[in-house]
Design a protein around this ligand. Sequence first.
Ligand SMILES: NC(=O)c1ccc[n+]([C@@H]2O[C@H](COP(=O)([O-])OP(=O)(O)OC[C@H]3O[C@@H](n4cnc5c(N)ncnc54)[C@H](O)[C@@H]3O)[C@@H](O)[C@H]2O)c1
Length: 390
Amino acid sequence: MKVLVVGGAGYIGSHMVKMLLAEGHEVITFDNLSSGHRDAVLGGEFFLGDLAGQAELDAVFVQHRPDAVMHFASFIQVGESVRRPDMYYRNNFSNTLNLLDAMVAHDVKHFIFSSTAAVFGEPDYVPIDEAHPNRPVNPYGRSKWMVEQILADYDHAFGLKSVCLRYFNAAGADPDGLLGERHDPETHLIPLILQAASGRRPEIQVFGRDYDTPDGTCIRDYIHIVDLCAAHLLALQHLIGGGASERFNLGNGSGFSVQQVIDTVEKVTGSKVIVVDGPRRAGDPARLVADSTRARAQLGWEPMFADLEAIVAHAWAWERKFSGDCLFRSANSQRKTRTSWNVTDQLNGIKATKIVAQEYVEIFEHIHEICRNSGEAHRIIEQLVERLKL
Ligand SMILES: NC(=O)c1ccc[n+]([C@@H]2O[C@H](COP(=O)([O-])OP(=O)(O)OC[C@H]3O[C@@H](n4cnc5c(N)ncnc54)[C@H](O)[C@@H]3O)[C@@H](O)[C@H]2O)c1
């Protein structure tokens, strides 16, 4: 089957591309690389494009004629969505509308949508099943809930069948060690604690120890990235097999507290993590745990890596690899400084603390070579860094 993976260069999308390819599907990744990484797309076709551009969307549908679309592309930070709702409604809602319209125009009928536990808001009960009321409390959650609602109308009017997967907390990394989480800024708990363990950040903050939970810290449901992607494959089979549009909550079903995650990280890594206690954050419920009974019953989904230690171990292998790369890059740049002007030095000068993805460093080095004139290359690279918001 030909699957268009929108946002396939991001954390979850890149793992999905790898799994689809391993299952023998043809994959086309469509991504604007606003937060994704070109080198995370391990195969298939890559189409650099933005959902805001209807012409780019048309081009990818005309060129590749996909059978189904998996849509991972969105902005993902709750706090930012409160400060910049305009950005979130535009990218997560209005741009998704562009994608759906392109699907209708090109007669593609199967759609899998990355939704979120944030469509529920403050829970009335846990574990949260699909019957729980939807009362999102921030623009991020509302933008996703808006998409879920219009999908019902697109099914009714155009026969576009969809599965909305509400992920709780996606976590872990590719067990083969080729992919992992690379958000910037990182806001997810497990990678943040692992970065504190590897020395990439000095400490980890815990927001509130007075919740009504056994150890006083918030409880969340962590779902391994491989299990999450496996649910997408089953959802695809469901739709291709003529299944109706559906919504499924996806989580492990067992929640872990922030303190339990810290303890597990210390056990897996053998490092002590420095913890700084802070006050509660507004809008953080004490518990968010999924009831995934419907996904298990209707899709036959069964998590393989429900154990927190496995999730942390895979994420730790990735963190060690990634933090090692960063050290290499910084050592490399120090070595080069002594000889002549070079791209790495320039990037370090532009953004001293920023880690620039290897793919960009390579592109910039290429520009440097072509220009054979460091002044000109310097100017072009500075403009690109500015334009690409690196
Ligand atoms: N990570 C989680 O724990 C989690 C939890 C619940 C839901 N989700 C949802 O899963 C999806 C994927 O999350 P992620 O963690 O992989 O995020 P991510 O930021 O790593 O990936 C998003 C990808 O979409 C691309 N993108 C964004 N806007 C685009 C646009 N307009 N045009 C083309 N490409 C665009 C980005 O470049 C990036 O590659 C998101 O929709 C998110 O809301 C994630």
